[in-house]
Ligand binder design. Structure first.
Ligand code: UD1
Length: 341
């Protein structure tokens, strides 16, 4: 059984990826500091897969802690590095918190990989690196635009750190996956997206409004240059996104990579507006959402969606689930979590 370290494995994308890894026959070891997730997620993973992964509560930005943790784990085939802070607005107010955590953890991990001769790393990047692209859909060659937020900048700098390190060594190999907008939950509703406090992202806000925790969904702007005036994103089902990691990992393990550092867009290739998301949610759940249009949210881009042809050709990765599937799964998760039938 190949052993894979998943940092941030109790988080939203991490936990769904752990499930897919276990289902694909990998042994999973989770490292997480639980700063934005709970230990109960391990029980959710166990309910789905029958296996509770080995777990280390470690602050990866702390070099000593990271070193002693890596000393305990032998024969690692690959690392999937999710652990990072991700709140765009918070990063504007606390930039050093973001640079310290997101960059130090990556550096510590790579240093330990070199020390222990661990070869393969998959990095969680984001379509935020493209900013508002001039040409849509965005390809992996689309220009990287100066990030609007420290959060976005940590993703850009992290990609550069990986690129430069790979260039300097013979054996290290990496893939960065640039995610579009992950939404939804595992079909079992045992794991899902659990934001702490008021959600910043659209879909948890929708499900919390539907369940009555939030009074009203605000749609940020209907004066964009889009067919219905609301902003457009490429929403990808979390299970599809999780599976992209298996494809990327197998590419490295099977030595199918063309160069030692590769980058892939991971999205559906289709853009949907905020209003389309709201209408689709209403259709698949039969619930009428209370919403109003308000001003644009500062820092939001107008529209983005992925060119997925590189991932399809090279990783053999293609999404399987629809926007409706994703929204229904998010709703089922929210209901189960709140004990609503
Ligand atoms: C943002 C980040 C992205 C990050 C992701 C996860 C940018 C440009 N994007 O994505 O890198 O990975 O968060 O944290 O920084 N909306 C509403 N009402 C709401 C919430 C959202 O109308 O209550 C709208 C937004 O204006 C946007 C769309 O829904 O048009 C999606 O928003 P959101 O889910 O927050 O994701 P992004 O901002 O695209």
């Amino acid at each position: 059984m190949k052993k894979i370290i998943v940092t941030g494995g109790t988080g939203y994308i991490g936990s769904h990826t752990c499930v897919e890894l276990i289902n694909s026959g990998f042994e999973v070891i989770i490292i997480d500091d639980l700063s934005n997730s709970t230990i109960e997620v391990l029980n959710g993973i166990k309910k789905i897969t029958g296996i509770k992964p080995e777990f280390y509560k470690i602050d990866l930005a702390n070099a000593k802690e990271t070193f002693s943790c890596f000393n305990k784990i032998k024969n690692v085939s690959g690392i999937i590095h999710f652990a990072a802070y991700k709140a765009v607005g918070e990063s504007v107010n606390f930039p050093l918190k973001y640079y310290k955590n997101n960059l130090n953890s990556l550096i510590n991990i790579i240093e330990n990989m070199q020390e222990k001769s661990f070869k393969n790393i998959i990095f969680s990047s984001s379509c935020t690196v493209y900013g508002q692209a001039e040409k849509l859909p965005v390809t992996e060659q689309s220009p990287i635009i100066k990030a609007d937020s420290p959060y976005g900048n940590t993703k850009q700098i992290s990609e550069e750190i990986i690129y430069d390190t790979i260039k300097s060594t013979e054996y290290l190999k990496a893939i960065s996956l640039r995610y579009f907008n992950p939404i939804g939950a595992h079909e079992s509703s045992e794991i899902g997206e659990l934001p702490i406090g008021e959600p910043a992202n659209l879909v948890p806000y929708i499900t919390q409004t539907a369940v009555g925790i939030r009074k009203q969904l605000r749609i940020f702007g209907n004066d964009y240059n889009t067919p219905d005036g609301t902003a457009i994103r490429d929403y990808i089902h979390i299970t599809d996104l999780a599976k992209a990691h298996i494809a990327a990992l197998n590419r490295l393990l099977n030595k199918e990579n063309k160069i030692n550092y590769e980058v892939f867009n991971i999205g559906t290739g289709k853009g949907n507006s905020v209003l389309e998301v709201v209408k689709t949610f209403e259709k698949v759940t039969g619930i009428k959402l209370n919403y109003k249009i308000v001003n644009r949210r500062p820092g939001d881009i107008e529209k983005i969606w992925a060119d997925t042809s590189h991932a399809e050709k090279e990783l053999g990765f293609k999404t399987e689930k629809s926007l409706g599937d994703a929204l229904l799964s998010a709703w089922n998760w929210e209901k189960k979590y709140r004990n609503i039938t």
